[in-house]
Design a protein around this ligand. Structure first.
Ligand code: DP6
Length: 333
């Protein structure tokens, strides 16, 4: 049987302990460990078809042909699969997110995870989830984590080497082990100003706080993982908020700012809500939106309060879950 095409589904994830910064070796290895939660309900669906008629890879995202840097990153990932499978046939890739690309949910994480799964399957390779995670991580480190559902850890990469060493994410706990809701507070419709890769490279090269961020990131991830496994919601929330603030402090110190006025207003309101007994904690990625971590029983009280904050355009309530899967395989005899 020769496999030709495969369709896959993968879900976005949000880092509770953030990755920010890369090792100084090839291979896109993170400089700090990270711990994330993969989300249910939102998905990227990707169909990849190897097509001998094509002379270049072709990428369509949400009905639009995409060229330039995103296409180059895709071709690089598929090239690794082609070289392992021993052929050079180009691929057509059709992908769609069922959540808005600019919603502040990392579409690159679910996008490259879905792509890695579809490419490996369509090439007829039988790779372990760890190997697929390593492939996705090389394209975008956060994507390595979307190869698993629930709570997932990605270690920091090696300090030295030629980039060939495997580094895969690993599951830490199933979604059911730590009940939580994530309320995404969207504060701006439209693309972000500085892509995360560019923002972190500038931080690595010019931030006076980068070295401290690296040591803090290690401590924070370990403490957060322990709190998660001990089912301590308040401590997980505090450490997640602290991780985001430390990451943004290191970026802000060299002029990389992702905040808008609403970002800061939401963080202030979360402090006030905690004073009246609600367990709410914010985390912020490379964009102005705030993702609020809340206990499931408090979510119905909290979401209307978040929606009422000036500058919140809309909210999306997400739940941990989200194993990726292959939905369809097409093969010739
Ligand atoms: C702030 O995974 O998008 O979301 O590896 O360069 O593609 P590249 O970066 P990416 O960075 C994610 C940064 C973050 C934190 C996180 O998800 O850990």
């Amino acid at each position: 049987m020769k496999v030709l095409a495969a369709s896959s589904v993968a879900h976005p994830n949000i880092a509770l302990a953030k990755y920010w910064g890369k090792r100084a070796i090839p291979g896109n290895y993170p400089a700090v460990p990270s711990l994330s939660v993969t989300l249910d309900g939102m998905a990227t669906r990707t169909t990849l078809r190897f097509d001998p008629r094509l002379t270049e890879d072709r990428f369509i995202l949400g009905n639009e042909l995409v060229l330039g840097r995103p296409l180059e990153r895709i071709t690089k990932l598929v090239d690794e699969v082609r070289s392992e499978a021993g052929f050079t046939t180009r691929a057509s890739i059709v992908s769609a997110n069922d959540f808005p690309t600019a919603s502040g949910l990392a579409s690159s994480a679910s996008g490259f995870a879905a792509l890695a799964l579809a490419a490996v399957t369509a090439a007829g390779l039988e790779w372990s989830p760890a190997r697929i995670s390593d492939l996705a991580r090389r394209a975008s480190a956060s994507a390595g984590r979307s190869i698993y559902g629930g709570y997932v850890r990605l270690d920091a990469g090696p300090l030295a080497g030629d980039g060939s060493q495997e580094l895969a994410a690993e599951p830490v706990a199933p979604a059911s082990a730590f009940p939580m809701k994530v309320v995404v507070c969207v504060t701006h419709e439209g693309a972000k100003a500085v892509a995360s890769t560019d923002g972190m490279i500038r931080t690595m090269q010019t931030s006076p706080f980068y070295e401290r961020w690296l040591s803090y990131g290690v401590e924070n991830e370990q403490a957060l993982r322990e709190a998660l496994l001990a089912n301590d919601f308040a401590r997980v929330g505090q450490l997640a908020e602290a991780s985001a603030l430390a990451m943004h402090a290191s970026a802000l110190a060299c002029g990389v700012s992702y905040f808008n006025g609403a970002t800061l207003e939401i963080m202030k309101q979360l402090r006030l809500l905690r004073e009246v007994g609600l367990q709410v904690y914010g985390t912020i990625d490379a964009g102005p939106h705030v993702k609020v971590l809340v206990r499931p029983d408090q979510e119905p009280i909290v979401t209307p309060k978040l929606r009422a904050i000036t500058g919140v355009v809309r909210t999306i309530v997400a739940t941990p879950g989200g194993e990726p899967r292959v939905e369809r395989i097409e093969a010739s005899a």
